[in-house]
Design a protein around this ligand. Structure first.
Ligand SMILES: [Zn+2]
Length: 118
């Protein structure tokens, strides 16, 4: 018969694991929310560029270079990659160099695009 202390220890261990899992889930949700916000900011920049193109073309003027908007989009994209890296580190996965999918460290190939993970 199992010792009562062993049962209590096992229960504590399971509670700890559940708590860690919900903590992970919370962290990943936070990252995904952040990614959604960043994507919205990127969309705003694309819209701003589109409106400028429209206004400038309508007025028959030369197109500006959009350097500021493009720089901001690139920074936002880098922030998204950072958030994805955080998710990968929480999930203990590695990112596929070819498609960016989360891949288990044991997988020799990416299950999404088939790229070799070696
Ligand atoms: Zn891939």
């Amino acid at each position: 018969m199992a010792d009562i202390n062993q049962v209590i220890d096992k229960a504590k261990e399971l509670a700890q694991t559940a708590s860690e899992k919900s903590q992970e889930y919370y962290q990943i949700s936070k990252c995904k929310f952040e990614i959604a916000q960043l994507k919205m900011k990127i969309e705003k920049n694309y819209n701003a560029i589109g409106k400028k193109v429209y206004d400038v073309k309508k007025a028959g003027e030369e197109l500006p270079d959009f350097a500021a908007e493009m720089e901001e989009i690139d920074l936002l994209k880098a922030d998204i990659e950072e958030q994805k890296d955080i998710i990968s580190s929480i999930k203990n996965t590695i990112r596929c160099n070819s498609c960016g999918a989360d891949v288990s460290e044991d997988d020799p190939f990416c299950p999404k695009c088939g790229a070799s993970m070696k």
